[in-house]
Design a protein around this ligand. Structure first.
Ligand SMILES: Cc1cc2nc3c(=O)[nH]c(=O)nc-3n(C[C@H](O)[C@H](O)[C@H](O)COP(=O)(O)OP(=O)(O)OC[C@H]3O[C@@H](n4cnc5c(N)ncnc54)[C@H](O)[C@@H]3O)c2cc1C
Length: 455
């Protein structure tokens, strides 16, 4: 292996991409708030797939680890270089390769932000439904690599449901394409799906073909405030049990509302558990579903809020996007997980996840994508307090254990990255884990693509 100085120098001499000295920005993601920081020898900033290929080929030939990086908004330390090597930052690979509104599809490069993908679709009268929270920073490549979700995944599915094809650089440095503009294609093993959610461990995604859908005519949220977790979760089960085709079902517990409620667009009853749902579709359909949602939530809610103007509706979702950052601002840091459980175990999971915090003396709050049984229970931490960070690690381990006990999973949408890799084998069992290892070795025989992540 080359020395630190020579990796940056030699890589710069060998490839067309700009190579820069790593700054703090490229050594961390959202897990910085729980003390995770990495170390790298160089950062590569390719502008094209061909430049990306050159970097991967050089690293593979030299035995140097490559860590793909999107917007760095991940919660699993997937983009953090654990032990040197090259950070391959995709931010300059951000062009729209093609957009065919009449055919409901586009091909975009990996570094385009999620918000730009959604804006482009909207300008053509279409919807790209996945809406993970940090959309102005996260990139479509990062979304595909983590198979990101978001509030509207309840109706529309996670990112992978909208990916028709992937272009990627794979070891030892070749560009391959799985899928493409074709809506149906069952000829091969489904390697597109294998790349989706692979967290940079199988290849570097350089572009994706996305399926789009006509934008709904109307989208009207309905918010209910409830006495507590049990009452709120009962209302969520009633929404689902009544077969209401709502687009999203979100929950925010009383502690979350206490920390983040200041920016909520209207007055909120103190200490209440909040449920946000949304009716969308044609104007008639959305009005019908909205009416039903008001009735179902209204059966037991303390109060309801159902904004109708575009500004109020945008204000509500902008506030929802800001919740994670508002909670983090309380003490400066936080450990946030994304376990998912079967919907009928949601109330139990929320209660028990908060009890873990209480037992360990960590302030805790819980919110998430209720319809998908996906919890973002969060433990608040002062920045750089070693004792509290250790407690937070214990709390996260107890959370993962809880998820498995309730028949759920350690990650509903953020991925495994570095922070949960010790848990994947327990989730999968020995044979399934062994098969994962075989896939990793087939794609990356030298274990240089994001080593130490996921598997
Ligand atoms: C405020 C906030 C709200 C959030 N809300 C949600 C939410 O609702 N739903 C949700 O799912 N997530 C959410 N997230 C987490 C995060 O935004 C998503 O995981 C997102 O998909 C990460 O994208 P990124 O571009 O920032 O990727 P990064 O953090 O840079 O990387 C994530 C992983 O993908 C890999 N990767 C990145 N780009 C590529 C590529 N081109 N090729 C191969 N591998 C690559 C990295 O190596 C790493 O393993 C939220 C984060 C924040 C800060």
């Amino acid at each position: 292996m080359s020395t630190v100085a020579s990796i940056e120098h030699d890589l710069r001499a060998a490839v067309a991409a700009e190579i820069v000295t790593p700054t703090a920005h490229y050594l961390a993601d959202e897990t910085e708030g729980r003390g995770v920081r990495g170390r790298a020898d160089a950062v590569a900033l390719p502008r094209t797939a061909a430049e990306t290929r050159e970097v991967v080929a050089w690293c593979y030939a030299q035995g140097v680890p490559v860590v793909p990086r999107g917007g760095g908004t991940g919660y699993a330390a997937g983009a953090v270089p654990l032990d040197g090597g090259v950070v391959l930052a995709l931010e300059r690979l951000n062009r729209l390769r093609s957009f065919d509104p009449l055919l409901w599809r586009m091909e975009v490069e990996a570094g385009m932000t999620t918000a730009d993908v959604r804006r482009t679709a909207r300008e053509g009268g279409l919807l790209f439904p996945p809406d993970p929270g940090a959309s102005e920073q996260s990139q479509i490549g990062g979304n595909v690599a983590t198979d990101a979700g978001g509030p509207h995944a309840f109706k529309y599915g996670v990112t992978g449901a909208w990916v028709m094809g992937v272009e990627a650089v794979v070891a030892p440095g070749e560009i391959v394409r799985f899928g493409g503009p074709v809506r149906k294609d069952v000829a091969s093993y489904d390697l597109t799906s294998l790349l989706i959610g692979s967290e940079g461990t199988l290849g570097v995604i350089t572009s994706v073909w996305l399926r789009l859908t006509p934008a709904p005519e109307a989208a009207w949220p309905v918010v209910g405030f409830f006495d507590g977790v049990r009452e709120g979760c009962d209302a969520i089960e009633r929404l689902v049990g009544n077969g209401l085709p709502v687009a999203a079902i979100e929950y925010l517990d009383g502690e979350t509302m206490r920390y983040a409620g200041a920016g909520f667009p209207t007055e909120i009853p103190a200490g209440s558990f909040c449920v946000i749902t949304e009716a969308d579709g044609s104007t008639d359909e959305a009005a019908r579903v909205r009416g039903d949602a008001l009735e179902i939530l209204g059966e037991t809610s303390r109060t309801l809020y159902a904004p109708e103007s575009a500004a109020e509706i945008a204000g509500l979702w902008t506030w929802r996007e800001s919740v994670a950052l508002r909670v983090k601002a309380q003490l400066g840091g936080k450990a946030s997980e994304d376990i998912a459980v079967p919907l009928d175990r949601l109330a139990e999971a929320i209660d028990e996840s908060l009890a873990i915090g209480a037992r360990l003396g960590l302030p805790a709050a819980s919110w998430g994508h209720a319809g998908d049984g996906n919890l973002h229970t969060t433990y608040l931490l002062p920045r750089d307090d070693a004792a509290q960070l250790e407690l937070a690690e214990r709390a996260s381990d107890e959370l993962f254990d809880l998820a498995l006990r309730l028949g759920g999973t350690i990650s509903g949408e953020h991925g495994v990255g570095a922070v949960k890799s010790a848990w994947l084998e327990r989730l999968l069992g020995p044979r399934a884990y062994e098969l994962h290892g075989a896939i990793k070795r087939a794609f990356d025989p030298q274990n240089l693509l994001n080593p130490g992540k996921k598997i």
